[in-house]
Design a protein around this ligand. Structure first.
Ligand SMILES: Nc1ncnc2c1ncn2[C@@H]1O[C@H](COP(=O)(O)OP(=O)(O)O)[C@@H](O)[C@H]1O
Ligand SMILES: [Mg+2]
Length: 451
C-alpha cells in the first residue's frame, strides 16, 4: 500500500509524509485490531468449552471413586463376602485395590492402582470393558509401569480427542514435527532425532497417504529437502510436487537417489569427524552448523520389491538397507508407508524393518501385520490395531510404550495450496551439495581463524 493512500485516511495531525515501513506497520496494527474481537471471542469460547469438559471429568472421577469398591467386588478385583443373619443377606467388599489419581484433563484422567497379591495386568485388562461402561468413557487402557513394580496405571479417556483433530502440522525444532494429536489431546510428535527412520503401515484406505501428507505439510515451510519415491505413478505426490526436490516414479530413479544420498552421507561423515561429534543434530547443538535435513517419503513400499524396468529388486532393497544403516546420524531420514512390509517381499526386508525404529500402525486387516509393525507389544495391542474406529487413527509405538493417535487431515486442494505457498523452498540436488560445501568451508575458516 502506498503512503499517499494511507495518509489520506489518517487525522490531520498524521497527514505528513511517512516511510513505507511506518505505513506497513500501521496497516498491520489496524488489521490486527480489526480481527481482535473475533479472536478474543474464539479464545473465550475455547476456554468455556475446556472448562465445561473439565467439570464433567471431575464429576466422572468423583462418581467412579464412590463406585470403585463395588466395581472391584463385582469384577473379582476385590474380595466379596456374603453374610446372612436373621434372614438378611449382606454383601461386603474387602481388600479393595488402592487407587491414586495422577492426572486430570478435559479429555479424561489417569490413575495409579496398587495391585493386590496375586494380581497382574491381565486381571485389569479383563475388567477394562466393565470399567469403560462404569466410567461412561470412550476407552480404558491399563498398562504396566516398568519403573514402579506393584503398581499399574489406568488411563480413562472420557471424551475422544481424536474424533476431530485440530492440531496444525508444524515443525517444533529441526527434526521434530507435529503431525496430529494423541489420545490425551497432546500433539502427535514425530521425533527424527530420536528415531531417524519411520515405518507407517495400514490397510488400504486406513490413512497412510494422509499421514505422509501431514508430515509434508509440517516440513514444507522449513529448509528441509523433500524427496518422494512414489512408484504408484506419482499420484499421491502430485499435490506437493512444487515443494519436492524430486518425485521419483521408477526403480532406476530410486537407485540413483540411494547412490546420491549415500555419497552425501559420506561427505557429511567427514565433516562430523572433523567436528568430533556423532550426528548432524550434535553438530548443530554444539557448533551451530546447521545442515539441511533430507526427508525421503516412500509411499507403497512393497513396490520397491517388485520388478520394474531393468533394476534388480533385491539389489535395490540392499541399497535401501545401506541407506537406512549409514544415514541414521547424517540428517537423512526415510519415512516408509505400505500395507505390508514382510519378509515374503525379499531377503533384506526384515533387516530394513529393523532399522525403521519409529512405528505407526494404522488399521490393519490381520494380526500378523500388526505383530510385524508393533513388535514387542502385547497380543491385546495387536488386536486393537484391527479395530481402530476412525480413518487415520493409529497406534504409535515408542519402545515398550504405545498410544492412540490420529493425523491432521488436509484435503487435496489444501495440500496443493501449502506446496504452492512454499514452492520457493524446494532446492535442487546441486544446491544441497553447495550448501553442505559452504558449511564445511565456513567451519575450516573458523578453525583457521582460531589458530
Ligand atoms: N487423519 C484423518 N482424518 C480424517 N480422515 C482421514 C484421515 N486419514 C485418512 N482419512 C480418510 O481416509 C481416506 C483414505 O486415506 P488415505 O490416506 O488415502 O489412505 P491410504 O493411503 O492408506 O489408502 C481419505 O480420503 C480420508 O477421507
Ligand atoms: Mg495411499
Amino acid at each position: 500500500m502506498s503512503s499517499t493512500t494511507l495518509t489520506g485516511t489518517l487525522p490531520d495531525t498524521a497527514a505528513q509524509p511517512c516511510s513505507d515501513a511506518t505505513t506497513t506497520r500501521t496497516a498491520r496494527a489496524r488489521g490486527w485490531l480489526a480481527t481482535l474481537p473475533g479472536r478474543v471471542g474464539a479464545a473465550l469460547l475455547r476456554c468455556l468449552v475446556a472448562g465445561w469438559r473439565y467439570a464433567w471429568t471431575v464429576y466422572a472421577v468423583i462418581r467412579l471413586g464412590l463406585l470403585w469398591p463395588s466395581f472391584c467386588g463385582n469384577t473379582s478385583l476385590a474380595e466379596q463376602r456374603t453374610r446372612s443373619r436373621d434372614g438378611n443377606t449382606k454383601i461386603t467388599v474387602h481388600r479393595v485395590p488402592r487407587v491414586k489419581l495422577t492426572e486430570v484433563s478435559q479429555h479424561g484422567w489417569r490413575m495409579r492402582v496398587k495391585v493386590r497379591p496375586g494380581q497382574h495386568l491381565g486381571h485389569y485388562l479383563d475388567a477394562a470393558a466393565a470399567l469403560r461402561h462404569l466410567a461412561r468413557a470412550q476407552a480404558v487402557k491399563p498398562r504396566e509401569l516398568w519403573d514402579h513394580p506393584g503398581f499399574l496405571e489406568i488411563s480413562v479417556l472420557r471424551r475422544d480427542p481424536l474424533r476431530r483433530v485440530l492440531e496444525r502440522p508444524r515443525e517444533l525444532a529441526p527434526g521434530r514435527i507435529v503431525v496430529g494429536a494423541t489420545e490425551t489431546g497432546a500433539p502427535l510428535v514425530l521425533d527424527f532425532r530420536e528415531q531417524p527412520h519411520w515405518l507407517v503401515s495400514g490397510a488400504t484406505d486406513s490413512g497412510k497417504s494422509s499421514l505422509i501428507a501431514a508430515g509434508l505439510s509440517a516440513l514444507a515451510p522449513t529448509s528441509a529437502v523433500l524427496v518422494s519415491w512414489d512408484l504408484k505413478f506419482g499420484i499421491e505426490a502430485e499435490p506437493f510436487r512444487p515443494r519436492f526436490t524430486d518425485v521419483v516414479t521408477t526403480a532406476a530413479g530410486v537407485a540413483t537417489w540411494c547412490q546420491r544420498l549415500l555419497a552425501l552421507a559420506g561427505s557429511r561423515a567427514e565433516l562430523l569427524k572433523a567436528l568430533r561429534v556423532g550426528s548432524v543434530s550434535e553438530a548443530e547443538d554444539v557448533h551451530g552448523i546447521a545442515l539441511r535435513r533430507v526427508y525421503v517419503f516412500c509411499d507403497e513400499v512393497a513396490e520397491l520389491a517388485t520388478k520394474h524396468d531393468d533394476t534388480n529388486p533385491d539389489e535395490l532393497l540392499r541399497q535401501v538397507l545401506r541407506l537406512t544403516q549409514l544415514c541414521r546420524a547424517m540428517g537423512i531420514h526415510l519415512i516408509v508407508a505400505g500395507q505390508r512390509f514382510g519378509s515374503d517381499l525379499g531377503k533384506t526386508v526384515t533387516s530394513i524393518r529393523a532399522q525403521l525404529g519409529g512405528r505407526v500402525c494404522l488399521r490393519v486387516n490381520d494380526e500378523e501385520t500388526a505383530k510385524m509393525v508393533l513388535s514387542g507389544l502385547d497380543l491385546d495391542v495387536h488386536q486393537r490395531a484391527m479395530t481402530l474406529p476412525h480413518k487415520g487413527m493409529a497406534i504409535v509405538q515408542r519402545r515398550a510404550e504405545w498410544e492412540y493417535a490420529r493425523a491432521s487431515y488436509q484435503t487435496g486442494p489444501e495440500r496443493a495450496a501449502i506446496a504452492a505457498r512454499h514452492g520457493d523452498k524446494a532446492i535442487s540436488w546441486q544446491q544441497l551439495l553447495d550448501d553442505d560445501a559452504t558449511a564445511t568451508a565456513n567451519h575450516h575458516d573458523t578453525e583457521r581463524g582460531q589458530r
